[in-house]
Design a protein around this ligand. Structure first.
Ligand code: A2P
Length: 343
């Protein structure tokens, strides 16, 4: 049993959500409500642009505070989802004030002193947060993949993973959601589509670039998936990724090819995944049953389908893995970490 991180508080905890007006921040508030997180006071925080506006929590309007002038003393837990720069600048002052920060940006993920946590996979690494008080929430595509990999790896070690993603626009924030809607409307009405958020038109298109390119030809999103998977799994797994943006609002999909160090086959993997925490298997070719973002959106599990042997190589499998990127890929995972902090 882990020693408690935060003392028991009958009245509940003071919880701040930084980036409360954004796509992930709004969902964090919804999930705190849904899961009845014990809260004495919720503090929505954003930039000066939306400070003074209100967000709804448990049926009440709560005024959004300005991060630049907000004093974190007295906050127990802060869920940050306001970009890497904002986290780098402000998370340390929350942590120094004694608050546990669960940070959804990439600012701290690969820092060796910072825990990178998926509760179903490596909750024990949270111990690292006792002193520095900052916990990193992994990349959305990484989270859903490792939830599916872990129950298999625990039985037969994984040697290599080759993943291609089909990522929803909501992963890029509220403006990106608007861009897909606006471009789709414009094109269907014979107007031209304006490109602002993505590197190319996303409506009726597929973009093989998420985030910026690195010197080795991979994008930063691909690099995140490769590095974070190894850190979270705590194993020397060879990971390669191709990350692609598709015109879907909510729900990332992934075609994952896995090679194991020993015997593994589709039937065994299906049984292991059926019993795994946080996973739902929906996989019936006879009834054409498989997971899709249209159904995964708004749900909590990581859905696994198309479990089949890769007949081209030894001990290898294909999986199709789908999850709501804003929920399990971001907000839900952060709230699950917060739940461990108060347990
Ligand atoms: P704001 O509404 O004031 O711009 P999304 O990921 O959907 O684009 O949302 C980003 C979230 O991060 C929003 O809540 C946004 O607030 C917040 N944010 C962005 N930059 C800052 C900043 N410098 N300080 C505080 N909050 C920020």
């Amino acid at each position: 049993m882990m020693e408690r991180f935060l003392p028991e508080k009958e009245e509940g905890y003071v919880v701040a959500v930084v980036g409360a007006t954004g796509a992930v921040g709004k969902t964090m508030l919804e999930i705190l409500e849904e899961r009845k997180f014990p809260i004495s006071k919720v503090i929505p925080i954003a930039s000066s642009r939306s400070a003074g506006s209100t967000v709804s929590f448990n049926g009440k309007d709560v005024v959004v505070q300005d991060l630049a002038t907000f004093e974190p003393e007295g906050v127990d837990i802060a869920l940050f989802s306001a970009g890497g720069g904002t986290s780098k600048e402000h998370a340390p002052r929350f942590a120094e004030a004694g608050c546990y920060v669960v940070d959804n940006s990439s600012a701290w993920r690969m820092d060796e002193d910072i825990a990178l946590v998926v509760p179903e996979v490596n909750p024990e690494t949270l111990e690292m947060a006792r002193y520095n008080r900052i916990i990193a929430n992994p990349n959305c595509s990484t989270i859903q993949m490792v939830v599916a990999l872990k129950p298999l790896h625990d039985v037969v070690p994984i040697e290599r993973v080759n993943v291609s993603t089909y990522q929803a626009v909501s992963g890029a924030g509220g403006m990106a959601i608007e861009e897909l809607a606006k471009q789709t409307g414009a094109l269907l009405n014979g107007r031209s589509a304006e490109v602002e958020v993505f590197p190319a038109r996303i409506a009726f298109n597929v973009i093989p670039q998420i985030d910026v390119f690195m010197d080795d030809g991979y994008t930063k999103e691909e690099r995140k998936m490769m590095d974070e998977t190894v850190k979270i799994m705590g194993a020397d797994i060879a990971v390669t990724a191709t990350t692609v943006r598709v015109p879907v609002f909510y729900g990332h999909s992934e075609a994952v090819n896995i090679t194991f160090a020993g015997d593994m086959d589709a039937d065994r993997a299906r049984d292991l995944l059926a019993d795994a925490e946080g996973v739902c298997v929906v996989d019936d070719p006879a009834t054409e049953d498989y997971a899709m973002p249209s159904e995964a959106a708004g749900s909590d599990p990581v859905w696994v389908s198309r479990i089949r042997n890769d007949n081209s190589f030894r001990n290898s499998l294909h999986l199709w893995v789908v999850a709501d990127n804003v929920r399990k890929g971001a907000a839900l995972n952060a709230v699950q970490i917060a739940e461990i902090l108060i347990r």
